[in-house]
Design a protein. Structure first.
Length: 358
């Protein structure tokens, strides 16, 4: 990114930051919660850039003064050396912030975890993944909510879906790298001979729609089926048909929910998941039209398309996309995911920088 293009691009963003600040000071804007949330999210993103740009300007002025005085004063010469290093780091941070991002990165996220090969052991591992994400989310001061879950006999999950809210931090920009097949190698609780088994669970991550109007759903395009909720082992937990499955007829995309006590609550949760899935499909189609097809996160939940391996005997975690490997699996499952996800964020950043160079 050349200095001229950097300066020109930065000026545009500073102007946008100023305009958004003025808009957000207008009480009328906050009457529309969806619009206010979008503007606030964009303002927070731009604010980091503006603060970084001001820091670069301050360091550049201080460095110029120190260099001028350093010709006659050794202390100012030393100060100039220190400021030069700080300026270099601050300038790199600013350039990093100016790298184009996935526009969905700043959104909240919906995460689905599904048991795959391995039967009960896979369902137990799906439960381990859920707890890992919940702990990591809490460690960042974010919040999560279980939207729907189907329990297994031994206490795991056949499938479970959570909504993650991270405010200006953007949950999707972090969690999108979790989409794929997660493989586990360990001795199952059902294994009497102590043999290590391999099973898998799949994870799907969708950016969440800010407001229902963003993905408008016509009643004529929806088929809504109701059925009786069931609990672990298939036992009925509700004597009324409160569970809801919604099919979007134009796309064939479906979403279902049975966790809530009322049919209306389950319908709202299912619509929430349906909109997220439709938004993700639209993003994939747009990327395909731009000749930048995204690989599907999970085509089938089997062991051949793994993105990560959790090896319990060696206490090892391996990310097969970036080559990241560490021997702190116990800590990762306790919520220490930053380094694992960070390796993917760094790889994405490098790819975006390379694309800019091209």
């Amino acid at each position: 990114m050349s200095s001229d293009s950097l300066t020109a691009g930065l000026a545009v963003l500073v102007d946008e930051h100023t305009r958004l600040s003025e808009e957000l000071s207008d009480p009328a804007v906050h009457a529309d919660a969806g619009r206010a949330r979008k503007l606030s999210r964009r303002y927070a993103e731009l604010d980091r850039i503006v603060v970084a740009a001001r820091r670069v300007d301050e360091l550049r002025d201080d460095l110029a003064a120190a260099e001028e005085l350093g010709d006659d004063d050794p202390e100012f010469a030393a100060e100039a050396t220190r400021l030069s290093a700080e300026l270099e780091a601050a300038d790199a941070e600013l350039r990093d912030l100016l790298i184009p991002r996935d526009p969905d990165d700043a959104r909240d996220a919906i995460v689905e975890i599904k048991a795959g090969e391995g039967g009960d052991e896979s369902a137990l591992f799906a439960g381990d993944l859920l707890r890992m994400y919940e702990r990591w989310i809490a460690s960042h001061g974010w919040s999560s909510q279980v939207l729907t879950a189907t329990h297994s006999d031994l206490g795991g999950f056949k499938d479970v879906t959570i909504a993650v809210k991270a405010g200006a931090d953007g949950a999707y920009g972090w969690l999108k790298f979790e989409g794929g097949v997660h493989r586990v190698q360990r001795v199952p609780v059902t294994e009497s001979q102590g043999r290590i088994h391999t099973s898998a669970a799949g994870v799907l991550v969708f950016p969440e729609v800010d407001e229902p109007e963003e993905i408008h759903l016509e009643d004529k395009d929806l088929r809504i089926d109701v059925y009786r909720s069931s609990g672990p082992g298939g036992q009925s937990v509700n004597t009324t048909d409160s569970a809801v499955r919604i099919t979007h007829l134009p796309t064939g995309i479906t979403a279902s929910c049975q966790n809530e006590k009322s049919q209306l609550q389950n319908k709202e949760a299912a619509l929430r998941m349906l909109r997220a899935r439709i938004l993700a499909k639209q993003a994939e189609e747009a990327a395909a039209e731009a000749a930048d097809i995204r690989r599907s996160q999970v085509r089938t939940v089997d062991r051949s398309e793994r993105i990560r391996t959790y090896n319990f005997p060696e206490n090892r975690i391996t990310d097969h996309r970036t080559g990241f490997k560490a021997y702190n699996l116990d800590q990762v499952l306790a919520g220490d995911l930053d380094a694992v996800i960070g390796s993917n964020r760094d790889a994405e950043r490098a790819a975006r920088l390379e694309a800019l160079g091209d």
